[in-house]
Design a binder for this molecule. Structure first.
Ligand SMILES: *Cc1c(COP(=O)(O)O)cnc(C)c1O
Length: 373
């Protein structure tokens, strides 16, 4: 049996008629750049997230870069973030002129540990960039308290957490709606994926929204008049039309992902470490990530899964502070021990709404061939 990490074909086939007619509709109108479908999707997305503004951009990395610049990040400003994330997070900080400063993670949630943040704050610190990894919200209550105390901006990386939420002051808030800005990716394998690249910025701040809107379109504030050096970073009309169709199904799909996660937990919970979801979080399970006691167990299991036709992936095999590209930041081995331990212990399993029980049982059986406690 073959089991993929995600099944993009199955996802398309299930809603093929709706998707095809949404695409055909754009082809008939040929309004490929900033057509009305972009605005329609932005409105629906903002409503879903419970914020005032949403702005479609070309991809998740640009969402981060444009948000950082719109929040005032400039040459030499320090941005505190996690080392345990996709490289785009830090790439965007550097593209904005900022300097990434890494704070270690919480081993239970793989997200930035609020206790590690304060010790990293200097006179140059301007912002915190929490990443809601795998679909699990960061501990936002404590991160927001730190940002208020030190007057820091919060840019949330929600590329893996669309539809996840966090309870704060008794109210459920979608990830991305708690800080100054939230940044999303519609890369095909994300929870809300398009048929190419796409991204979104959300905010309640009108000034940030208007600045970002100008930056995504070459810094243009009126036809052929420019105030700032901007980018070509718009969300395609065709992608927006596809995403509007998929947005209607997102709660249904997230519920199924949570059912699959419960199933995995029931079957694997006493063999490996499985994700625990605290009462103040609703996980969106972009990835289902398990944790082993050591690298040897993890690597042996991964090898067995792969050789039996099961896709699985280590997110991420090298913590960013140890990457060659960031040698100039001056981090040494041992400086962020939790992140360094997790890079050797985690493994993400197949996870998508169309994953059926037979496939789950097959994945579990191939893990049990290696690990049995
Ligand atoms: C996917 C991802 C991004 C980048 O999104 P793109 O749309 O691929 O540019 C940024 N941060 C994280 C954590 C991601 O997983």
């Amino acid at each position: 049996m073959k089991v993929q990490m995600v099944d993009l074909k199955a996802s398309y086939i299930n809603i093929k008629n709706e998707i095809d007619s949404a695409i055909q509709n754009v082809l008939n109108k040929t309004n490929y750049i900033l057509g009305e479908e972009v605005n329609k999707f932005e409105t629906g997305f903002a409503k879903y997230c419970g914020v005032k503004y949403a702005l479609g951009v070309a991809n998740g990395t640009d969402a981060l870069r444009i948000s950082l610049i719109s929040c005032g990040i400039k040459e030499g400003d320090e941005v505190i973030t996690t080392p345990f994330t996709f490289v785009a997070t830090t790439e965007a900080i550097i593209q904005s002129g900022g300097v990434p400063v890494f704070a270690d993670i919480n081993p239970a949630t793989y997200t930035i540990n609020p206790e590690e943040i304060e010790g990293k704050i200097t006179k140059k610190t301007k912002a915190i960039l929490p990443v809601h990894l795998y679909g699990h919200s960061c501990d936002m209550e404590r991160i927001l308290a730190i940002s208020r105390k030190y007057k820091l901006k919060i840019i949330e990386d929600c590329a893996q957490s669309f539809s996840a939420s966090y309870k704060i002051n008794g109210k459920w808030k979608k990830t991305g709606s708690m800080g100054d800005v939230g940044c999303f990716s519609f890369y095909p394998a994300k929870n809300l994926g398009c048929f190419g690249d796409g991204g979104m910025i959300i905010t309640d701040n009108k000034r940030i929204y208007e600045n970002a809107k100008m930056l995504r379109d070459h810094g243009q504030y009126d036809k052929y008049l420019y105030k700032e050096n901007g980018f070509n970073s718009r969300l395609d009309t065709i992608q927006a039309a596809i995403l509007s169709v998929k947005l209607k199904y997102i709660d249904k799909w997230t519920n199924i992902r949570n059912k699959i996660a419960n199933n995995y937990k029931k079957l694997l919970g006493n063999i490996v470490i499985v994700p625990e979801v605290p009462g103040n979080c609703k996980h969106s399970f972009n990835y289902y990530t398990i944790c082993f006691q050591n690298k040897m167990e993890r690597d042996k299991t991964q090898k067995n899964l792969l050789s039996n036709g099961i896709s699985c992936q280590v997110y991420y095999p090298q913590s960013l502070h140890l990457q060659k590209v960031y040698r100039n930041l001056g981090y040494e081995i041992g400086s962020l021990p939790v992140s360094e331990k997790m890079q050797n212990s985690v493994l993400s399993l197949p996870m998508y709404p169309e994953l059926d029980d037979d496939k789950i049982d097959y994945v579990v059986s191939k893990i049990k061939e290696i690990i049995w406690r």
